[in-house]
Design a protein. Sequence first.
Length: 82
Amino acid sequence: MSYDRVRDSQTIIGTKQAVKAMRAGSVKELFVALDTDNWVTDSAISFAREIGIPVILVESKKELGKACGIHVGAAVVAITVD
């Protein structure tokens, strides 16, 4: 499942930080929670697709945050290049 990949990887949490990491070439996958407002996620999704980074949509920002080891929801999580 997608959450397992997040749990087992080094991550960057948050839209702004994910976009910054994508610009630096440090991201291999982007996870986006479907239960987040579009204005929060659209810029990250658009940029990821523009530069060819796979975008994986998951159901819950609460579960995405939990998979990252935080106690709040996460709208956008980037998996970094090893």
